[in-house]
Write a protein that binds this ligand. Structure first.
Ligand code: RB5
Length: 152
C-alpha cells in the first residue's frame, strides 16, 4: 500500500511525528511536502494536491493534517472519487475504512496529542473495507456524487 502525507503550517510537528512513526514500521509513505518552496501555501491547495494524487492512483491512501483536520477533509471531499473523514479516535478511524471506504484520514494538530494520533493512524492502516451492508450505502454515495458533479 502506497501512502502519502501532507500538512499545512499548523501541523508541521505532527506530520513529522506520524511520518517517522510509519517509516519506522517500514510502511511505504511519501511526504508530499507541497509547502516546500511555496511559503504561503494554504490548506485548500495542500489538500487538493494530495487528493489529486489519490484520484490518479499514484497513492492508495493519504493522511492530511491541519489545525483541526476539518478544512483538509472539506477540500479532499471536493475531488471526485476521493473521500476523507476527520478522526481523532480509534473507532472512527476504523469505521472510516471499514464502513465508508474512504482513502484519506485527516486530523488536527491542535486537537490530538502525538501518542493518540499514532494509535489512531495504526488502527486506520490496519482496517479494510468490510463490504456487506455498507456496500450499497457507499455505492449510493458514489452515485449521488456523480449527480452532483455531472448532473443527471
Ligand atoms: C490554520 O490555517 C487553520 O485554519 C487550518 O490549519 C485548519 O485548521 C483548517 O481547517
Amino acid at each position: 500500500m502506497r501512502i502519502c502525507i501532507d500538512c499545512d503550517d499548523a501541523a508541521v510537528r505532527l506530520k513529522k511525528i506520524i511520518f517517522d512513526h510509519l517509516k519506522g514500521k517500514n510502511i511505504d509513505i511519501t511526504d508530499l511536502n507541497y509547502s516546500e518552496g511555496r511559503e504561503n501555501a494554504l490548506y485548500p491547495e495542500i489538500g487538493y494536491n494530495l487528493a489529486k494524487k489519490i484520484q490518479s492512483g499514484e497513492y492508495d491512501r493519504g493522511i492530511c493534517i491541519c489545525g483541526t483536520g476539518l478544512g483538509m477533509a472539506m477540500i479532499v471531499n471536493k475531488v471526485e472519487g476521493v473521500y476523507a473523514g476527520t478522526c481523532h479516535d480509534v473507532f472512527s478511524a476504523q469505521r472510516l475504512v471499514k464502513s465508508n471506504n474512504a482513502q484519506v484520514i485527516t486530523m488536527g494538530e491542535r486537537v490530538i496529542g502525538p501518542e493518540l494520533a499514532k494509535t489512531v493512524i495504526d488502527a486506520w492502516l490496519e482496517s479494510e473495507f468490510a463490504g456487506g451492508g455498507s456496500a450499497p450505502k457507499v455505492a449510493q454515495m458514489h452515485e449521488l456524487e456523480k449527480e452532483s458533479f455531472h448532473g443527471r
